[in-house]
Design a protein. Structure first.
Length: 151
């Protein structure tokens, strides 16, 4: 995906859930991307035990939302440790706490998807929640919080 910011072209590589290994599809800063974003949906399947048929016309489909957050969080954490370019966290972000968890493991930004279908104000509420958290914790900027996960 390529977009423009102040006239500059930016290239962002969107990585699938299977792309965070050490193989040829692992995120690499030297591949020319300005940022990586992960994860997208996970391929899932639903079947009807009575009709013995798939519930989805394509048999499989994309699973998104809160169910994929633990997988997404782990993958974003791993990617942040491997690349020197910004990592955008995607997957199951519904609340400010969810977004803060992605920032804590090192994400430079987050993307909210499925939550917007349930609540058109989700992004505004998440942003307001992050701001409130930073004030409560007396943290001056998101950059002071980002990547501070301790073991």
């Amino acid at each position: 995906m390529t977009s423009s910011l102040n006239g500059l072209a930016l290239a962002c590589v969107v990585l699938a859930p299977t792309a965070c290994g050490s193989g040829p599809h692992s995120p690499r800063a030297d591949a020319g991307a300005d940022a990586v974003s992960l994860i997208n949906t996970i391929v899932g399947m639903a079947v009807d035990h009575r009709t013995r048929r798939p519930k989805l016309s394509n048999v499989t489909g994309g699973l998104s939302g809160p169910a994929i957050k633990p997988v997404a969080l782990r993958m974003v954490h791993e990617a942040c440790r491997r690349v020197a370019i910004p990592v955008i966290g995607i997957g199951g972000i519904q609340t400010a706490a969810d977004a803060l968890e992605f920032l804590l493991v090192g994400a430079s930004a987050v993307q909210v998807g499925t939550a917007n279908f349930r609540n058109p104000r989700a992004c505004i509420e998440i942003l307001e929640g992050i701001e409130a958290f930073l004030r409560e914790e007396r943290i001056a900027a998101v950059s002071d919080y980002r990547g501070t996960l301790s073991r």
